[in-house]
Design a protein around this ligand. Sequence first.
Ligand code: AKG
Length: 275
Amino acid sequence: MVRDLTQAERQTFASDGVALVRDAVDCEWVTRMMAVVDRQLAAPSKWSNDANPDGAENRNFTDRYLWQENAEINAFIRESGCAKLAAQAMDSQSARFYFDHLLVKEPGTASPTPWHQDIPYWPFMGKQICSLWLALTPCSVENSSLEFVRGSHGDGKYYAPEAFNGPQDDNASWMAKATGEKCPDIEADRQSFDIVGYDVEAGDALIFSAWTIHGARGNHSLKTRRAAISTRWLGDDAVWYPHAGTDPTVQQEDVSVAPGEPPVDEAVFPELWRA
Ligand SMILES: O=C(O)CCC(=O)C(=O)O
């Protein structure tokens, strides 16, 4: 079963910069991606980021850019229907894949995900760029589901990236070269922003623009892991925009596309859906 976005979901994405999509993929994918999470926690890739390796708590773990070697993630991005959902949200005739991102907060992980936009972390420019964050476990806003500043995708701001595990985060040293203004301290002044958060079940997705400010609290549950896989999608107007301080997983030497051009490089950014 590969569902379509409803008209209401498309309109919410356009106005709010985020849409909750219940039962976004078949539950088989949740089981398969949870198995991938277990394997990556045990044997992280070179792109992982682990705040407390092997720790019983305060383990804020991410791993990314696994799709080329990991057959399960490769199948997920091609067969789950995520590409179509992303394209429909972006109102794009096509969806190219950028990268996959596992995001795990083990029980008793206090650290929040800092408020940020995604676009400044990436070597792309364009409005039709989004993420599909698929919940692999149920989670409430209290226990680290995502929150968004509604409508912030339309503000025309480009905030400097923030390391998820704070300034001591060695795996994010590439961000030091980034430029851009600092994201406002939304947590300190929540009442000044139109914040919307979503309690989700496993298999629900949050699709959001790369320009929408978002963050998450810690996972205060002492029993339940919070896990998600975020997939990153490029629509019709996305262009390659390499510059200092962006994610080093894909750099100019890895691609055939020139700066300012659409990322039509099938090997690195495969087109996985077309209307
Ligand atoms: O899962 C999280 O805590 C953060 C997710 C996120 O920022 C993203 O997918 O862009």
